[in-house]
Structure formats: C-alpha cells, structure tokens
Design a protein around this ligand. Structure first.
Ligand SMILES: Cc1cc2nc3c(=O)[nH]c(=O)nc-3n(C[C@H](O)[C@H](O)[C@H](O)COP(=O)(O)O)c2cc1C
Length: 306
C-alpha cells in the first residue's frame, strides 16, 4: 500500500499531519530543536504572548497530581516585540506551520498583539488563549459575551486563520463555542485546562502560590473528549483541535474519532520530549497496517456501543 495521507485541513490552513504541540508546553519550539525534528510536527504552537514581557507568577507554580499536574505559570513570556525581533527569525528556518498563541487582559490587548503579528510574515495562524482573567475577573472563556468580545476585536485586525482556545470551566461549552465562531473564529481548540487545587496536608499549605491552578494531563482527557464531542455535535463543520491528556496513539485516535480534526500534545511533552513526533510515526504505521488511505477518514467516525 502507498504511504497514507496524514494531511488535514483546519479551514484554509492545511497541516501536513494532525499532531501539533500545545501552547506553553513546548516553549517557543527552539528549546526543543536539538531533541525533536520540528519539521515533523503538524504544527508548532508557541507559548502565549502578551503585549509586554511578563515574568509570570511567583513560585510555587507547579504541583504533580494523580494522572496530571497543576500549573500556575502566569503567562511568563518575552512579549510580542521581542518574539518578532528575536525568536521569529530563528523559527522561520523551519517549515513547520507556526501558530502564535495570544493572551491578554482586555479585548484591546489581544487585538494589539494580533495587529503586530499580522504585520510579520511566516505565521500559519493565531490561537487565542481565552483562559485569562477579563477585567470582570472571570476568564474570557467562561461566558459567550466575553469570548465574543475578544474574538471580534482580534478578527478586525487580522486575516490570519484564528483559533479560539477554550477551557471547560464555564459550564455549558456549546454556547461559548458558538459565540466564538459567530464572532469570527475559524476553528476551536478544546480544551485549555480544568481549574484545580492541591493542598499539602502535612504542612497545611496550598501547593501553589496562586492557590488555584490549571489541571492538565491524562486526568482531564475524558473532560476534553466530552468537550470535543459535544461541540462537534453542535458545530459539525467547524475545525476542532482536541487537547487534553494525550500521551499515546490510542489517545490521538480517540480525539479524532469523536470529531477532532487535529490534536495537540501538552503535558505529554514533559514525559517524553519526542512524544509528538513519535505519535506522527505511530499514526502513520497505524494507518498503513489498517489500510486506511487518509487520516481524515477517522475524524468523527465514532460508533455507538451497540
Ligand atoms: C506548564 C504549562 C503551561 C501552559 N501554558 C499555556 C499557555 O501559555 N497558553 C495556553 O493557551 N495554554 C497553556 N497551557 C495549556 C496547554 O496548552 C494545554 O491546553 C493543556 O496542558 C491541556 O493539555 P495536556 O493535558 O495535554 O497538557 C499550559 C499547560 C502547561 C502544563
């Protein structure tokens, strides 16, 4: 059998394969260039950028939990100007589709970052990290109106493919997903993380300085799968990127079957630096052995129990 076709389309954006790396878990990509062949990735999503550099939260910012981890990094990043001047020129040496994640404290800040990125070349798309506190202290991805305000503001500044990344912390995700698409998102990344907390019972102290953190890793996979599946039912045509707890080929297949067009590897990168490119190889072998011509055949192909 000839080599299977791994390419997928996220709207206008064509990826060579559906395995991406998730924002914030792979630095700017360059940190991994001696360990991972970046050009083998479906896409590289860099850590979220803000208008100005940020040092992030005070320690402690990480805590291990059963089947996952809590983080409260607090958007540590070099800022969009330094990224454009120093990091992006080095990333342009690679052919991997490059997606820049944007974070902000207001719709205007997201739009300002997007506007600067719009003026550069070499980007495949933008991802909006909407799990950031809005001026009302609620995260932007916890209410349809807040989500729409950011997406609309960014859409007005850029014609790059735009993906709205949502957590599942705002209750029913479907209306929030719908509002993101109506406001101009080309696709959705599901999910960011789940709010979580850990306490050391012996010291009687919170394990994170911020107290509440972002739970990620295999612990959240069923929540992420459910989010993808529910949004897929409501929005059958919208490109969805599934993320949450992927560490194996089976995990990738599960996300594709419930309707993800592509997937992202996050916490799994800490378990094994080459996990994402290993999964590209494993997916290729799986398609070949099962005589499946294109990975697109798997998307949404889940069947009922009986
Ligand atoms: C240490 C750490 C930092 C993260 N930083 C970001 C970030 O800057 N922007 C973002 O959108 N998501 C960030 N995330 C969330 C991941 O991109 C991903 O959505 C989440 O980890 C769920 O996937 P996983 O279970 O495979 O890790 C971060 C996650 C971790 C663990």
């Amino acid at each position: 059998m000839s080599r299977p076709d791994l390419s997928v389309n996220l709207g206008q954006l064509r990826l060579p394969n559906p395995i991406m790396v998730a924002s914030g878990t792979f630095g700017y990509g360059l940190e991994y260039e001696r360990l991972v062949d970046l050009n083998q990735l479906g896409a590289l999503v860099v850590r979220s950028l803000t208008l100005r550099p940020q040092v992030g939260n005070a320690p402690l910012r990480l805590a291990e939990t059963p089947a996952g981890m809590l983080n409260a990094i607090g958007l540590q990043n070099e800022g969009v100007e330094a990224f454009i001047l120093e990091t992006l020129p080095r990333l342009r040496a690679y052919s991997v589709p490059l997606i820049v994640s944007i974070a902000g404290e207001s719709p205007e800040e997201y739009a300002q970052v997007a506007e600067r990125l719009q003026r550069t070349s070499g980007l495949a798309g933008l991802e909006l990290n909407l799990a950031c506190p809005s001026p009302s202290h609620r995260a932007f991805d916890t209410a349809p109106q807040l989500t729409a305000e950011v997406v609309r503001a960014v859409r007005q500044t850029t014609d790059l493919p735009l993906f709205a990344k949502l957590s599942a912390n705002g209750g029913d995700l479907v209306p929030i997903a719908q509002s993101a698409v109506e406001a101009g998102a080309d696709g959705l990344t599901l999910i960011h993380s789940v709010a979580g907390l850990a306490v050391n019972p012996h010291t009687r102290r919170f394990r994170l300085a911020s107290r509440v953190g972002h739970l990620t890793g295999p612990a959240i996979k069923p929540i992420a799968l459910c989010a993808v599946w529910q949004v897929r039912q409501a929005l059958p045509e919208v490109p969805l990127i599934g993320v949450g707890g992927i560490t194996s080929l089976d995990d990738v297949l599960e996300f594709l079957l419930v309707g993800a067009t592509a997937v992202q590897v996050g916490t799994g990168n800490y378990l094994c630096a080459t996990l994402s490119t290993d999964l590209v190889g494993a997916l290729t072998d799986y398609l070949t052995q099962n005589e499946i011509g294109t990975v697109r055949e798997l998307v949404g192909a889940v069947r009922d129990v009986m």
